[in-house]
Design a protein around this ligand. Structure first.
Ligand SMILES: *Cc1c(COP(=O)(O)O)cnc(C)c1O
Length: 431
């Protein structure tokens, strides 16, 4: 399969180039040239398959011409070696829990699959590949753990000193091996700027192979579509009129869901659930897309003022606002509403939400109230223990630290400290 840039100013390329480059040379995002539905036969059998089997079937639909099926199957099974249960919260409403992986957030899925694909495509290369990633918290840990000990690849995680939680920090500064944590005396924006400059520095790129692991990489997006099939399979054969609410920031996760729908997965309707960074809900209502500076909220992984994957959704619907709005509606949630939702669902349903999942829950619950024949699930994107302070403050009850997070707590932090300037990063990379 060939991939085209959403900007249409650079040539179509192979999967290998898509995975290694991340971004197209014209700064567009890569999308498959065409998306054809899966067979009716697959949808009949899907209900009897387990998660890795479903994932492998959907993966081979896209990748069978580019990767030998045996290799692909190994990569899929490596990626999905943790459960993704559909948990009933109340009548007709379920949580698809994506937080049972290594770093307990849904980003584990994309980061692991990207690591597998990059490892595969660079296995016979002499020169080492260097993955650079700037993080404000969760992306860094998912990427570092996804690439941990992948041969031939070195990872540099840049993060703002003192601006992420100690637990987040431990998840990628204690690993060692091929993971280097770089503590920058500056802000997240400084880190991002340093990484971006690295990709455009000619001298650096002559000396070493650099690539990015942020969510614009197609290899992070594709595997996220697999778990929507698994969610529908777990709803059972008799579920009809399924609606799915997705807590959204950069709109990669929901874009994956819409790709699954394009493959004919029977999800009737999507809800793009955001915090008060409401750029896409506004677009869905009014038809114009107006990026703005992001506003800090307690669902901080979704504090995005210019969602990078939105262009992919436009591409999928040929730019038609009418077509997008027919499949997707928006929902906006304030900090107060997030807190009230965590509190209420904890008390009445005995289900503990994290601040991001709370937005998804509230969006879906509001929708199902108005649509008594529908049922559905929301994506629970992170474990509540990742946002202990906010959640404990609301419920008044301490959250026990899950084993997956606790195992980082004892590790020794190892970092390299840098000034917030590109030249010190360059020096570090060259040395
Ligand atoms: C990244 C993230 C999101 C937002 O996902 P997008 O794909 O950027 O829309 C939501 N919740 C959590 C916990 C996240 O880490």
């Amino acid at each position: 399969m060939r991939y085209v840039s959403t900007n249409r100013n650079s040539p179509a390329v192979s999967l290998r180039d898509v995975v290694i480059r991340g971004l197209a040379p014209d700064s567009g995002l890569y999308m498959p040239e065409s998306i054809t539905p899966l067979s009716e036969n697959f949808f009949r059998q899907m209900h009897d398959m387990d998660l890795p089997e479903i994932a492998f079937n959907v993966a081979s639909h896209f990748l069978k011409d580019d990767i030998p099926l045996g290799e692909l199957q190994k990569m899929v099974y490596e990626t999905f070696d943790f459960p993704i249960p559909l948990v009933p919260v109340q009548s007709r409403l379920y949580a698809l829990e994506l937080f049972h992986g290594t770093t307990m957030a849904f980003k584990d899925v994309g980061a692991r699959f990207l690591a597998q694909l990059l490892g595969y495509f660079t296995q016979n290369e002499q020169q080492e590949l260097n993955v650079l990633v700037a993080t404000s918290g969760d992306t860094g840990s998912a990427v570092a753990n996804g690439f941990y000990k992948v041969p031939g690849i070195k990872v540099f995680v840049l993060y703002p000193k003192g601006l992420i939680s100690p637990l987040q920090e431990k998840q990628f500064t204690t690993l060692g091996e091929n993971i280097t944590a770089v503590e920058v005396n500056g802000t997240f924006d400084d880190c991002q700027r340093m990484v971006k400059t690295a990709f455009t520095d000619k001298e650096l790129n002559r000396q070493m192979k650099l690539t990015s692991a942020n969510s614009i990489n197609w290899a992070r997006l594709l595997p996220q579509s697999f778990y929507y099939f698994w969610g529908v399979a777990q709803m059972g054969r008799n579920a009809t009129d399924i609606t799915c609410a997705v807590p959204s920031g950069n709109f990669g996760n929901i874009c994956s869901g819409l790709i699954a729908k394009r493959l004919n997965l029977p999800i009737h309707h999507f809800i793009a659930a955001t915090n008060i960074n409401d750029i896409v809900p506004k677009y869905l209502k009014e038809g114009s897309f107006q990026p703005k500076p992001s506003i800090a909220t307690i669902a901080n992984a979704m504090d995005v003022g210019n969602p990078s994957n939105f262009v992919r959704i436009l591409e999928l619907y040929h730019g038609s606002h009418k077509a997008i709005a027919a499949d997707v509606e928006g929902f906006v949630c304030t900090n107060e509403e997030i807190r009230a939702t965590i509190q209420e669902v904890n008390q009445q349903r005995k289900y503990l939400l994290d601040p991001h999942g709370a937005i998804g829950y509230r969006a879906l619950n509001t929708y199902l109230d108005k649509h008594p024949k529908s049922s559905g699930f929301f994506i629970e994107t992170a474990h509540p223990a990742k946002f202990t302070e906010t959640v404990e403050q609301v419920t008044g009850t301490p959250i026990p630290l899950p084993a997956n997070l606790a195992r980082f707590a004892g590790g020794v932090k190892q970092t390299i400290e840098l000034k917030a300037e590109f030249n010190s990063l360059k020096k570090l990379l060259i040395e």
